[in-house]
Design a protein. Structure first.
Length: 630
């Protein structure tokens, strides 16, 4: 299944295979089913969309391929983004006239045939990274200038052309010619240098020459700059909040503090696109996992939670709007979003109207929390003599189920005051039409859920040694690494670093990107007897060892200390909130990963055609945010 621009495998007219039979989709019946015709018999059938999505879904045991953007430099990624933006009108129009292609070719400094090739490549793969400049290491079809001259051009552009003096191309050529004479190398042709300059993004040129403020004034997003939220998926807003409820651990049933919620809302329909619930404070991981949860179909995830409800919101947005927290501005988040053809925009300082929808939603959620046992209410004054830590009864898993039931069966079904209709009906009319306005159709489902999740996880670089990989003092090994031991970069001749993906919630496995196959391979601990742990637990272990004055720390000492600390936590759980919270985090991370795996796989239960309805009957510093003794 392709995720290419302009291609949707569940669009009207698309052919799908369900239970071994081929069907062509005739029309959408509702958000949960389509009318299709059997390609062999001509019989018409009503197919559940969940069954169609299952047939398109890749199995979890397949090795995920690389999206291709991981190893690109910032400059190459800017070039790829610039080319994608220039080609976008040709993709959206559906036709590629030669005049338009020639004009774009002139602006990009390439032949019209290259423009056609790039357009076809984007239509077939949707991969922005494929537009980046090719690696120039010699050979057929590669750079005709040697690596030394190429380096001189790059250095001169960076040091002279992109400097605040803003020299002309003619002056830049003089500088390059002088550098080449000093190195006894033939100077490049001026057209070569001009093509290289044409590949620079306009924003990069302005930022380097005139400063970041000038670049922000000209290119940074502002209210009204991004497309209006006039259809589902046009704009999502995302934010975090500590929920106004204290939860308990699932062993001793004693309080462990307030959980954090990261949630995304579709501004057009007010539907909840997805959420992520955790005892860990907000991070780039919680942002990434919330976005992945929002983008993927949710049937398998609902089944894992044993929630008999429907949540038909999936697909990639055009824009995700967030505040200025560093976890939202993470380069990993922004580059992964750009690779998947949507962008992240940040709220300007002192512009509260930017985040109105998500802030009202958070207020709605916390109001719902005030009806639960263990609520902290919205302030100390409102709480009065109520003791949340004594009244708390819900575990994190139970709260997750409660939130899911509330979203699917209450919030989505009730009339929203701002749009004067239920969010799910607004979402449905935006996609399928309402008799007055045509719908946009269902969005294409992600082709490879496992790859999507990896793309939103932190990326690191490491060399491969005889023992395998070493990350934060821990060794990892798998035979797939054998032919990469002590590899050298073919250009620099220095030790070659490889791309590694790591899930901070469980570092017992990392994912190695093979540069030849362009696929990720899971690499476990070298010592398989070691227990799994999170990045945060590893930091706590190292902090403890530092307090003990142990500067030289080996892997055995790390895990010995980890086991010792776990035993202390087990002993202290009956009396310490911090100990219970630490143990609960570990158990919950395992459950969360199991539920995420279910979301990546096929649906596990048959869901009803229509959703069911049920009857549901500025913060101050709060002591229940803190970790301490019971």
């Amino acid at each position: 299944m392709s995720e290419a621009a302009g291609y949707n495998p569940i669009a009207v007219g698309a052919e799908v295979t369900v239970d071994g039979r081929s069907y062509a989709i005739l029309r959408y019946i509702d958000l949960y089913s389509v009318l299709a015709v059997d390609c062999d018999t001509g019989d018409r059938s009503r197919l559940a969309i969940s069954a169609v999505l299952d047939s398109l879904q890749k199995k979890n045991d397949e090795v995920s391929s690389s999206s291709g953007f991981e190893g690109l430099s910032e400059q190459d990624w800017d070039v790829a983004q610039t080319r994608a933006a220039e080609l976008a009108p040709l993709l959206q129009s559906g036709s590629t006239s030669r005049n338009d292609a020639e004009e774009i070719g002139i602006r990009l400094g390439v032949h019209v045939a290259t423009v056609y090739r790039w357009v076809n490549m984007l239509k077939n793969t949707g991969n922005v990274a494929s537009l980046a400049p090719a690696k120039k290491d010699g050979g057929r079809g590669k750079s005709r200038i040697d690596s030394f001259t190429d380096a001189i051009i790059s250095d001169a552009i960076s040091e002279r052309y992109l400097a605040k003096q803003r020299i002309s191309v003619v002056m830049l050529m003089r500088d390059i010619q002088m550098r080449c004479r000093r190195s006894k190398l033939p100077p490049p042709h001026e057209s070569t240098v001009r093509r290289r300059i044409a590949q620079l993004s306009d924003k990069l040129v302005v930022e380097r020459r005139q400063g970041r403020k000038a670049a922000d004034d000209k290119y940074a997003p502002r209210p009204g700059r991004f497309p209006n939220a006039d259809y589902p998926g046009a704009v999502w807003q995302i934010d975090h909040t500590p929920l106004d409820v204290v939860i308990v651990d699932d062993v001793h049933r004693r309080h462990v503090g307030r959980p954090w919620l990261t949630v995304a809302i579709d501004v057009y329909s007010r539907c909840i696109a997805g959420f992520y619930l955790s005892l860990d404070p907000p991070s780039e991981t919680s942002v990434g996992m919330c976005l992945v949860h929002a983008i993927l179909p949710k049937e398998g995830w609902l089944a894992a939670l044993q929630v008999a409800a429907t949540w038909p919101v999936f697909g990639k947005p055009n824009t995700v709007h967030a505040d200025n927290g560093k976890e939202f501005r993470s380069s990993m988040i922004t580059r992964a979003a750009e690779q998947h053809r949507f962008r992240v925009e940040w709220r300007k300082v002192k512009t509260p109207n930017w985040g109105g929808h998500i802030e009202r939603l958070i207020g709605t959620f916390n109001t719902e929390m005030h009806a639960l046992p263990g609520t902290t209410f919205s302030s100390i004054a409102k709480r009065g003599e109520y003791a949340p830590h004594q009244e708390a009864v819900l575990t994190l898993s139970e709260l997750e189920v409660y939130l899911t039931e509330y979203i699917c069966n209450v919030y989505h079904q009730k009339q929203h005051s701002a749009i004067q209709r239920p969010p799910i009906r607004m979402y449905e009319s935006g996609l399928l039409g309402d008799g007055f306005l045509p719908g946009r159709g269902l969005p294409p489902p992600p082709a490879d859920p496992a790859k999507l999740r990896l793309d939103f996880m932190p990326m690191i670089e490491r060399t491969v040694q005889q023992y395998g990989l070493k990350i934060d003092g821990i060794q990892y090994y798998d035979p797939v690494l054998d032919n990469r031991v002590r590899s050298k970069n073919p250009v620099t001749k220095k030790p070659q670093k490889f791309i590694i993906r790591q899930d901070p919630r469980d570092i017992s496995i990392v994912y190695f990107l093979d540069p030849d196959t362009k696929r990720y391979y899971p690499i476990p601990y070298r010592n398989l007897s070691h227990p799994s742990m999170s990045v945060w637990e590893l930091r706590e272990v190292k902090l403890q060892l530092k307090k003990e004055g142990r500067d030289e720390v080996d892997e055995c000492l790390i895990f010995e200390t980890y086991e010792l600390m776990n035993k202390l936590v087990e002993q202290a759980q009956s009396t310490s909130v911090k100990a219970r919270k630490s143990a609960q985090k570990k158990r919950q991370r395992t459950r969360t990963k199991q539920n995420e795996s279910a979301q990546e796989g096929v649906s596990l239960i048959s869901l009803p055609t229509e959703p069911t309805q049920s009857d549901w009957g500025d913060e101050e510093l709060d002591p229940f945010d803190m970790e301490g003794s019971a």
